[in-house]
Ligand binder design. Structure first.
Ligand SMILES: C[S@@+](CC[C@H](N)C(=O)[O-])C[C@H]1O[C@@H](n2cnc3c(N)ncnc32)[C@H](O)[C@@H]1O
Length: 348
């Protein structure tokens, strides 16, 4: 999995327990990001629909959620990976933009990324291997980057891992059924068939994922965009198209109410950070139209970048380290008997 702000690594076991206790056979993950929650649901045997606005997230969802490992040839995938690992390095847009003009990756790895990404485009577009190979490339690039986990800045000194040669590995497909959709949860959710469980994990602040992970967007789109600023972000980061209502403090409460109103599910699960815009009481009030609400508070270690601080191109600190721990509120809403059954199973 890539390093990802707001990724639910530590919450996955709990979310899996909640989903199992609910008896869900179908599940929605409407802000799927890395897809790690959707993957857990799929591993538990549910048919999952994973939704997100990000292009890289759609690639992950097509790889891990939509493809059924039982219907794919592992040999074909591992052969393609071996073939790409043998690519002759070439210096192109990626190397120039993200390794020379900026320092997100060592140039030697940038040249491998340029070469491999070109080969994926010319040799695998239209094949079922396209998304798993892109996933494999993003995972490999993430393992050798020189950031704290977001692409708003890179480290002043090369990270230790950046010296490792980039190598693609098998992303590991999962058996089972699922669907991947790229789009705004507010538009997509009301059109989806009823699901037993819906999980909502919206962004917590004004920072847009499109900007935070602009390199993964570019690596997937492979559109060599104009860039700007010290972080060499895509110029379309500045345009309105990629704004999410969940990144707007005044609009977010209305957006989440609309979403909760529009999603057709039996059990609704919402996670939200205690340092963000809505208090626990407000979150409960927002979920109450779905029925009875129970809350689990999970204390966890903060994202590493916010502990270290953020640095600009000159290596100056431009963001201060935050508190080391925070709390994630997990709200479960639905018919009282079912929510109580889930609460008993997870011992709230
Ligand atoms: C907190 S992260 C989700 C993390 C995810 N649960 C995981 O474990 O990786 C929020 C996600 O919401 C996505 N997003 C933002 N606005 C959205 C919208 N309107 N509709 C769908 N996805 C959106 C972002 O791209 C980001 O991946």
């Amino acid at each position: 999995m890539i390093k990802y702000l707001g990724s639910k690594r530590t919450l996955v076991p709990l979310l899996g327990e909640i989903a199992s206790a609910s008896g869900a056979a179908t599940a929605l993950d409407l802000f799927t990001g890395t897809t790690r929650v959707a993957r857990k649901f799929k591993e538990l045997g549910m048919t999952v629909t994973a939704v997100d606005t990000a292009s890289y997230s759609e690639v992950f969802a097509k790889t891990w959620i939509e493809l059924d490992a039982n219907e794919c040839s592992v040999i074909e995938l591992t052969d393609a990976i071996a073939h790409l690992n043998g690519a002759e390095p070439v210096s192109g847009y990626f190397t120039k933009t993200f390794c020379e003009d900026a320092r997100y990756f060592q140039p030697a790895n940038g040249e491998r990324i340029d070469a491999i990404r070109n080969m994926i485009e010319s040799e695998y577009r239209g094949s079922w291997l396209y998304e798993p190979l892109l996933t494999s490339l993003i995972l490999a690039a993430d393992r050798v980057d020189s950031t704290t986990g977001i692409q708003m800045a890179y480290l002043k000194q090369w990270s230790k891992r950046s010296y490792t040669a980039l190598k693609l590995t098998d992303p590991g497909l999962l058996p089972g059924r699922g669907f991947a959709l790229r789009g705004d949860a507010l538009e997509v959710a009301p059109k989806l068939p009823a699901a037993d469980l819906a999980y909502l994990d919206p962004p917590y602040n004004q920072h847009r994922y499109f900007a935070n992970y602009h390199i993964w967007e570019t690596l997937v789109r492979w559109d060599a965009p104009e860039v700007y600023g010290i972080a060499n972000k895509r110029t379309d980061v500045r345009e309105g198209d990629h704004r999410s209502r969940f990144n707007s403090k005044p609009d977010m409460p209305r957006a989440i109410r609309e979403l909760i109103d529009g999603v057709n599910c039996q059990t609704l699960v919402l996670s939200y950070n205690n340092e963000s815009w809505l208090t626990k009481e407000e979150l409960i009030a927002i979920c109450e139209p779905r029925g009875h609400v129970e809350v689990v508070d999970v204390d966890f270690k903060r994202y590493i970048g916010s502990q270290i601080g953020v640095f600009n191109k000159a290596g100056e600190r431009v963001g201060n380290p935050g508190a080391k721990r925070n709390t994630e509120h997990v709200l479960i809403a639905g018919e009282r008997k079912l929510v109580n059954k889930i609460a008993n199973r997870i011992k709230i």
